[in-house]
Design a protein around this ligand. Structure first.
Ligand code: FES
Length: 111
């Protein structure tokens, strides 16, 4: 399982990356062009990671995974808090997110 689109606007990260690559823009420009991120907002941290790494398929991540990459995810944090309070915790593959964080850290050190 991977995260590869803004579900609310049915826009995949490949299309968003193409727009960003062509325009040199960031999240604001992608939002203006497609609306991505303006409904539930859960895709925003993933789009930020996509813009940072160039990866268009990302592992499901929790707030601590995003924090390792320096990406804010307040909407996701609120959702997880609400689900935990309802006794419906989210599970994910922490190793996949860790691999992404390590790979990105390696890219940073080579730059
Ligand atoms: S998934 Fe992008 S706004 Fe909901």
């Amino acid at each position: 399982m991977s995260v590869s689109s803004c579900i609310c606007y049915r826009t995949d990260f490949a299309a968003l990356k193409a727009i960003a690559d062509a325009s040199g823009g960031g999240l604001q420009e992608l939002h203006a062009a497609t609306g991505c991120g303006s409904r539930c907002g859960l895709c925003i941290p993933y789009i930020r990671v996509m813009l940072m790494t160039g990866l268009i398929e990302l592992p499901p991540m929790l707030p601590e995974d995003f924090k390792k990459l320096g990406v804010r995810c307040s909407t996701l944090e609120r959702l997880i808090t609400q689900l935990n309070e309802r006794g419906e915790p989210i599970t994910h593959d922490p190793e996949a997110a860790e691999r992404l964080a390590r790979a990105h850290a390696n890219e940073d050190s080579r730059a």
